[in-house]
Design a protein around this ligand. Structure first.
Ligand SMILES: NC(=O)C1=CN([C@@H]2O[C@H](COP(=O)(O)OP(=O)(O)OC[C@H]3O[C@@H](n4cnc5c(N)ncnc54)[C@H](O)[C@@H]3O)[C@@H](O)[C@H]2O)C=CC1
Ligand SMILES: O=C(O)[C@@H]1CCC=N1
Length: 267
């Protein structure tokens, strides 16, 4: 039972985590099991990753010491109802559901259960994930370390106060979607100006990747890094002025706020 990891739900986030974990080799495929209602999906997962699969969530909990709830928030309640009586005492429940509080999950189980709440993101698949973690007081330091190690195997981890989890959703959980839209928009602008489409996504994505790396590596304020690109009277400041005129920053801030609001509503 030790060092066995189970995913209830093999959708977008489940698959991203499994891909990242296998790439880092901290779990062998035979020590990972996925349960899902979708047989085609399970077949694809088994084929692509070599992990075990089942349609029965109770088979999964028998096989797994660490159980990741990777289903939609409203499905968590259904799944917990199904597994709660058979859950083992030393099992650790890891919920990645947006907006689902530790307290709600405890109430659903209606008994002492070790619960870790995490907000990861899909770049986990390529080892560049960002995960925020909180846990309840049933989880020991050693167990928490074990969970942190899993999430660190595919990216960065921050321990956060649970009350900030909804804000994390708007900041790193959902933001890859905004960034893909930004990349797509830069690329469309380039196509508008005559660049072949087969070159634009690499150019735009590499610029975003490099800029993000500059923030992380230099530790400089993003505004200072932006100023380093803007030559006086040059090209960039024209683009920056247009973005300001069109409300770019305000639009992004509002988007984050709406995302956080929705996450709060889910709980
Ligand atoms: N997609 C993302 O970028 C992120 C998602 N999350 C959280 O991860 C969770 C899953 O999200 P996604 O992977 O995007 O959703 P998804 O819809 O891609 O995957 C959910 C999977 O759960 C399966 N499922 C439904 N009912 C089930 C049941 N009773 N038993 C077993 N499996 C069942 C579905 O067939 C589906 O494959 C959500 O709670 C979400 O808030 C967290 C961070 C990022
Ligand atoms: O859209 C969602 O609800 C999930 C949570 C964070 C990213 N995707």
């Amino acid at each position: 039972m030790k060092n066995t990891l189970g995913f209830i739900g093999g959708g977008n986030m489940g698959k991203a985590m499994i891909g990242g974990i296998l790439e880092s080799k901290i779990f062998a495929p035979e020590n990972i099991m996925v349960s899902d209602l979708n047989t085609d999906l399970l077949n694809t997962i088994e084929e692509n990753y070599g992990v075990k699969t089942t349609k029965d969530n109770n088979v999964l909990i028998k096989h797994s010491q660490i159980i990741v709830l990777a289903v939609k928030p409203h499905i968590c309640d259904i799944v917990i109802k199904e597994i709660k009586d058979k859950i083992k005492e030393d099992a650790i429940i890891v919920s990645i559901a947006a907006g689902k509080s530790i307290e709600q999950i405890e109430e659903n189980f209606n008994k002492d259960v070790k619960i870790v709440r995490v907000m990861p993101n899909t770049p986990a698949l390529v080892g560049k994930g960002m995960s925020a973690i909180s846990s309840n007081n049933k989880v020991s330091e050693v167990e928490l370390e074990q969970i942190i190690n899993i999430f660190e195997s595919f990216g960065e981890v921050e321990l956060v106060d649970e009350k900030l989890m909804d804000v994390v959703t708007g900041t790193s959980g959902s933001s890859p979607a905004y960034v893909y839209m930004f990349i797509e928009a830069i690329a469309d602008g380039a196509v508008l100006e005559g660049m072949p489409r087969d070159k634009v996504y690499k150019m735009a994505a590499q610029a975003v990747l490099g800029a993000a790396q500059m923030v992380l590596t230099t530790g400089k304020h993003p505004g200072e890094l932006k100023d380093m690109v803007c030559s006086p009277g040059g090209t960039t400041i024209e683009a920056v002025k247009t973005l300001e005129d069109k409300g770019f920053r305000s639009a992004v801030m509002e988007a984050v706020r709406e995302c956080v609001k929705k996450s709060r509503e889910l709980s």
